[in-house]
Design a protein around this ligand. Structure first.
Ligand code: ADP
Ligand code: 5GP
Length: 216
C-alpha cells in the first residue's frame, strides 16, 4: 500500500488552521488528525486525547529521550510535539494524516519525511486575523501582542513552504487543500501569495508599533 504524504498546516495563530484541519477531517473519509502532545494547560472545552494529549514536563522529557517524537518545539512558552506513533499508525492504515503544527515543527517534519506537503496558511488581512483572535477570545491583550510578534517570525519562513494559501472562505480553502492532497494544485508559491506575505508582515508590524510597544 502506498503511504499518503503527510499534510502539514502552519499559520500565524488565529488564521484558522485548526478549524481547517478539523473541517478537512470531518469531510474526508480517509483523513486523520495527528493529535499532538503538549505541556500547555487545556483551554475550556478542549478534550484530552482529541485536541491534544496534555502532559507534564517530565513526561514530555521522557518522550523525547525515548525517541517517541517525530518533531517537537517550544511555542508560545509551552512545548508541543508530534508522536511518531500517530504518523506510523496512519501510514499503516493507508490514511492521510494532517498535522497542525508550528513552522519549526513543519521544517523538522520535512527533514524526517521529505515528501510531506508543507502548507502555510495566511489570513485574508491583518484586520481579519485580529477579528478572528478576538472572536475566539482565548488571548488576553498582552498575549495577543506576543502572538502577533511570533506571527512576524513565522512569516519569515513562509517562503520555505511548498504552498501558501489564504483562508478567506473556509469551504474554498478546504477545497484548495484537497486539491493539493490530490495533486491537482501544482502552483505552490505564486507572486500573489508572495505579495500577500509582505502585506501581512507590514500590517502586523504597524499594529505592533501602534498598540504593542511593550512586546517589540
Ligand atoms: P488557529 O488554529 O490558526 O490559531 P483557529 O482555527 O482557532 O485558528 O481559528 C481562529 C478563529 O477564526 C476561530 O474562532 C474560527 O472559528 C475562526 N475562523 C477560522 N477560519 C475562518 C474563516 N475562513 N472564516 C471565518 N472565521 C474563521
Ligand atoms: P495552541 O496552543 O494555540 O493550540 O497552539 C499553539 C501553536 O502550537 C500553534 O501554532 C500550533 O500549530 C502549534 N502546535 C500544535 N501542536 C504542535 C506540535 O505537535 N508540534 C509543533 N511544533 N507545534 C505544534
Amino acid at each position: 500500500m502506498k503511504r499518503a504524504a503527510p499534510i502539514v498546516l502552519s499559520a500565524p495563530s488565529g488564521t484558522g488552521k485548526t478549524t481547517l484541519a478539523h473541517r478537512l477531517i470531518e469531510e474526508s473519509d480517509n483523513c486523520v488528525f495527528s493529535v499532538s502532545i503538549t505541556t500547555r494547560t487545556p483551554r475550556q472545552g478542549e478534550q484530552h486525547g482529541l485536541d491534544y494529549v496534555f502532559v507534564d514536563g517530565d513526561r514530555f522529557d521522557k518522550m523525547i529521550e525515548s525517541g517517541d517524537l517525530a518533531e517537537w518545539a517550544y511555542v508560545h512558552g509551552g512545548r508541543y510535539g508530534t508522536p511518531k506513533k500517530a504518523l506510523n499508525d496512519a501510514a499503516n492504515l493507508g490514511q492521510q494524516v494532517v498535522l497542525d503544527i508550528d513552522v519549526q515543527g513543519a521544517l523538522q517534519i520535512r527533514d524526517a519525511i521529505p515528501d510531506a506537503k508543507l502548507i502555510f496558511v495566511l489570513p485574508p488581512s491583518v484586520d481579519v486575523l485580529l477579528e478572528r483572535l478576538r472572536i475566539r477570545g482565548t488571548e488576553e491583550s498582552e498575549v495577543l501582542g506576543l502572538r502577533l510578534r511570533s506571527a512576524l517570525e513565522e512569516l519569515e519562513v513562509a517562503l520555505d513552504f511548498d504552498y501558501i494559501i489564504i483562508n478567506e472562505h473556509l469551504s474554498d480553502c478546504v477545497q484548495e487543500i484537497r486539491d493539493i492532497i490530490e495533486g491537482k494544485e501544482t502552483v505552490g508559491l505564486n507572486s500573489e501569495a508572495i505579495e500577500s506575505i509582505e502585506v501581512c508582515r507590514a500590517g502586523i508590524t504597524s499594529i505592533l508599533e501602534r498598540d504593542y510597544q511593550k512586546v517589540i
